[in-house]
Design a protein around this ligand. Structure first.
Ligand SMILES: CC(C)(COP(=O)(O)OP(=O)(O)OC[C@H]1O[C@@H](n2cnc3c(N)ncnc32)[C@H](O)[C@@H]1O)[C@@H](O)C(=O)NCCC(=O)NCCS
Ligand SMILES: Nc1ncnc2c1ncn2[C@@H]1O[C@H](COP(=O)(O)OP(=O)(O)OP(=O)(O)O)[C@@H](O)[C@H]1O
Length: 199
């Protein structure tokens, strides 16, 4: 589907720790676009759907109406079945909210989402940047950023194994970028992508 918005909608996707948020924030600032943190919309969904989550996962993960993300993460990142259960509760909310923000701005946005394709958000993009970085680098970035345990990180990596299976969108101007080096080199690459896109 061709993007229906007047201004560009840039999607940034890739696995955990590859640098999506760093890249999406940079592009939004460089281009004067609105940055949309889809993980953040997921956290918002947990607040809105706390009751459904308590019903589905028991009251051990919800305290005073607040979902304990660490506890819930421990459950869902070690079981595909539990993750699918959580996604069926929160994904409709996340997709709807993201599309509402894109529509309100009539494009001119950068969507930052590991699950961009699974959430159906690639369909509203005019431009897509798929970010890659090797596993050890992603691993150390996540330890440094979040202090996650080894098993938590491996669980997240496992949950993201099929992020782009059978993915092809002919109307979306798609580019790939590897982010294995420092930030200076990253910025040079991103400026080249902006020029290639003509933005
Ligand atoms: C499991 C939850 C509670 C863990 O919260 P927590 O704050 O500890 O982690 P955070 O949200 O920062 O995510 C950690 C990493 O896991 C990735 N991740 C989050 N959800 C998923 C998922 N469903 N599948 C694969 N990876 C995921 C994130 O992109 C990030 O790299 C939370 O991630 C969640 O509610 N996920 C389901 C909603 C979702 O699919 N969000 C992703 C939108 S792109
Ligand atoms: N080129 C780079 N050089 C050095 N550090 C980097 C580089 N790119 C990203 N980082 C750092 O790595 C960490 C992870 O980056 P970022 O949060 O952008 O990844 P992400 O793909 O959005 O991760 P997640 O999906 O888990 O949210 C951050 O602390 C960020 O500052």
């Amino acid at each position: 589907m061709k993007s229906v918005f007047t201004r560009p909608v840039i999607g940034i996707t890739g696995p955990a720790g590859c640098g999506k948020s760093t890249i999406a924030r940079f592009l939004a600032e460089r281009l004067g676009y609105v940055y949309i943190d889809v993980d953040g919309l997921g956290h918002e969904a947990l607040e809105k759907k706390a009751k459904d989550i308590e019903n589905a996962f028991g009251n051990g993960v919800v305290c005073d109406g607040i979902v304990d993300r660490r506890k819930l993460g421990k459950i869902v990142f070690s079981s595909v079945h539990e993750l699918a259960k959580l996604e069926s509760i929160v994904h409709p909310y996340i997709s709807k909210r993201a599309i509402a923000i894109v529509s309100k701005n009539n494009g001119g946005v950068v969507l930052d989402a590991a699950l961009l394709i699974k959430l159906g958000l690639a369909d509203v993009c005019s431009h897509l940047l798929i970010v890659k970085a090797v596993v050890p680098i992603r691993f150390f970035r996540l330890i440094r950023r979040d202090g996650f345990s080894l098993s938590r990180i491996l669980g997240i990596f496992k949950s993201q194994r099929n992020l782009y299976s059978q993915f092809f969108l002919p109307d979306v101007d798609t580019k790939y970028i590897s982010n294995n080096w420092g930030k200076k080199r990253l910025v040079e690459k991103l400026d080249r992508v902006i020029a290639l896109w003509g933005l």
